[in-house]
Each structure stands twice: as structure tokens, then as C-alpha cells.
Design a protein around this ligand. Sequence first.
Ligand SMILES: Cc1cc2nc3c(=O)[nH]c(=O)nc-3n(C[C@H](O)[C@H](O)[C@H](O)COP(=O)(O)O)c2cc1C
Length: 209
Amino acid sequence: MEIDPELLEPSLRYKLLIGSVVPRPIAFVSSLSPQGVANLAPFSYFNAVGHIPLALMFSVSLKPDGSEKDTLRNVRPPSEGGTGEYVINLAIESYAHQVAECAEPLPYGESEFDYVNLSPAPSKVVKPPRVAESPVAFECRTLQIVPVGQFHVVIGQVVHLFVRDDVLGDRNRIDSDKLGAIGRMAGYEYCRTGDRFEIPNGFPKPAES
Ligand SMILES: Cc1cc2nc3c(=O)[nH]c(=O)nc-3n(C[C@H](O)[C@H](O)[C@H](O)COP(=O)(O)O)c2cc1C
């Protein structure tokens, strides 16, 4: 089947995209409104940008009524009405249900922290709290927000990193089993990261004769 995406209904494009780009890591973003209300929401259009500097991106759609989601409003720089800061927490199996719960839209000014069984912990450098239960938290400052049609790609620089001692293993490697990260598939499906295998880089060595 050959498909011109422009001829598809957006809902079908979405289905093909989220069913094929799998698994997607999930940014569990805590942010703060200029009035000081904490917000928490999951985003699976999420990935690393690079490590010089350490930077991450996530992409936010508009709400069905065309207005901006609370996270996008908050992460905008102060000159655009936000605070320009946020924390990317991980989505992990032990609080997977709370991650999904935080996708529920709340009126601007109400905090997901008041509804889910997760605790805010003070961040070290930025004002928005991190999620205390998250084994890793990236404190970010917004570098750039790139509009792409009805989406906004938020690129942030990590200005501080929290890593819980027990997930840091041998030679500073993160222990994936202790981390317990989950990924997003399509619809209501998620996956675990416990089933892994190794492949060395490079072409196979020629067989010795
Ligand atoms: C696992 C998961 C991943 C999601 N990924 C995205 C995403 O990448 N972009 C987006 O705009 N919304 C995404 N959503 C929906 C938002 O979380 C939802 O719209 C939320 O209410 C936004 O919250 P806010 O208005 O407090 O920012 C996702 C939801 C779930 C459950």
C-alpha cells in the first residue's frame, strides 16, 4: 500500500504514526504556571536532542478547541506568558497508572499533583517541582519552541539532573531493570523495557579459512 499522508484524515495519519513509531519514550513533564500552580502531564512525542549541550525535546498538540495545553503555556518563556522552566520526569512501571491519569485535562490553575498519588519534590535549579518518585529527573530551561502546524516542539536544555543513587550501576551506567521505564505503543498500550538483547557494532568479521 502506498500512501500520500496529505490525502488521509488526520485521525488515520495519527493511527498509522503511533502504531509504527514504537515504542515511544514518555516525558512526564512537571511545570509551573506564573501564578505558582504545578502541572503534570505525559508526552510521548518525546526524545533526546543531544548531549552537547544536554537537550531534550517534546511535542505538544493544541487542545481540540485550538487553545494551548497548560504545559505549553507554562514552558513558554516569561516574555510569552510562561515561566520557561520545567522538569522531565520518567514514566515508570510502578506509577504507570498515574502517568495515564495525568492525561486527563484539568482547568488551567488546577494541579494534577492534587489528584494523583505522586509527590512534588523541590528541584535544585528550576522552580517547577520534580516528581519525587521518578528515579531520574531532568531540570530544563526552554531553549526554543518550534511551531510545526498544529504542534509545538519544545526544545529544552537540561540545567540540572537528578539520578537516584540505586539506579546508577557499574561504571556510571543506568541500570535499566532498576529504572523500570515504560514506553507508549498505540491506543492504551504500553510496553516494558525488561526484554533486551545486545548486538555489537560493525560488520561481522570475515570467517577465517
Ligand atoms: C502516554 C501519553 C502520551 C501522550 N503524549 C502526548 C504528546 O506527545 N503530545 C501531546 O500533545 N499530548 C500527549 N498526550 C496527551 C496529554 O498528556 C494531555 O493532552 C494532557 O491533558 C495535557 O496536559 P496539560 O494541558 O496539563 O499540559 C499523551 C497522553 C498520554 C497518556
